[in-house]
Design a binder for this molecule. Structure first.
Ligand SMILES: Nc1ncnc2c1ncn2[C@@H]1O[C@H](COP(=O)(O)OP(=O)(O)OP(=O)(O)O)[C@@H](O)[C@H]1O
Length: 256
């Protein structure tokens, strides 16, 4: 597999817990966290609730800025305020696809928004791109004229994948986005994700509590506990030989 192209280095985020009259506020510290991403690989982030998985995802997508640490892309440091870089290159697929879509705006317009803000494409070029994104996820160009309520849950999840991919990103973060789907739909979406990864050399970050999914999709795994990465490595090796007690407990307790 290729070399690392994105690396987050010693990144930290601290949430100040507001003091309540009954209890003293306790700060939550995530990090320092360091890891790299390679083209075309899938990295699973696993940990108990509240261990910091989604915070890492939000930091990577620059939905939050860290208190310290830095990110490099092909060895060059990227400012966390460089919204154009993050919008284009690192996209999130949301857990609740229906809720993440604006019910009053047609799908085509919702897919067009990232193109308007992040590319120089003209209206005709944007329309072609929207049609090709819809086709890429197994929908039809006509669906651009539909409103979100006209889609099933599985179709809505396909639209959120199309929206994540429309700017040709390098990294897609899947934060529990497959959990709400029923098993047959989940299988379809997983096959679609694998196909798209092979076609476009996408790097996936998978946050999930489903052990079978993690084993099936991932090349590497990061184990988080209390805001820290306590173990990371090749998926087969960590499953066969977990070195940390917490990892053993976690991998045996995740849902099948
Ligand atoms: N905006 C915020 N303000 C204050 N505290 C926050 C905020 N976001 C996250 N936290 C705290 O940071 C910690 C990590 O949260 P995070 O959502 O990253 O965990 P997680 O591992 O993704 O959990 P889950 O599996 O439940 O989604 C938790 O203690 C959480 O309460």
């Amino acid at each position: 597999m290729s070399v690392e192209f994105i690396r987050i280095n010693e990144v930290t985020k601290c949430y100040k817990d507001k003091a309540h009259w009954l209890k003293k506020g306790k700060d939550v510290v995530i990090g320092p966290v360091t890891f790299g991403l390679k083209k075309g690989e899938t990295i699973a982030i696993v940990g108990e609730a509240g261990s910091g998985k989604s915070t890492i995802a939000r930091l990577l997508a620059a939905a939050e800025t860290p208190d310290s640490g830095y990110l490099t892309h092909n060895g060059i440091e990227i400012d966390w305020n460089n919204t154009s870089f993050f919008c284009k290159n690192i996209r999130l697929i949301f857990q609740d696809a229906q809720k993440s879509l604006n019910p009053t705006i047609k799908i085509g317009q919702q897919l067009e928004q990232p193109l308007i803000f992040n590319t120089n494409l003209n209206a005709d070029e944007r329309q072609l791109k929207i049609y090709s994104a819809l086709r890429m996820v197994g929908l039809l160009p006509e669906h651009a004229e539909y409103y979100p309520h006209m889609f099933s849950g599985g179709q809505a999840q396909r639209i959120s994948i199309a929206r994540a991919l429309i700017l040709d990103p390098e990294v897609v973060i899947i934060d529990e986005a497959l959990a709400p789907l029923d098993p047959s739909l989940r299988a379809q979406v997983i096959n679609l994700l694998i196909e798209l990864q092979q076609q476009h050399q996408l790097t996936y970050i998978l946050i999930s509590h489903q052990i079978s999914l993690i084993k099936y999709l991932s090349d590497r795994i990061l184990i988080m506990d209390n805001g820290q990465i306590i173990e990371q490595g090749n998926i087969a090796e960590i499953f066969a030989n977990p070195s940390h007690d917490k990892t053993k407990k976690l991998l045996s307790s995740l849902d099948m």
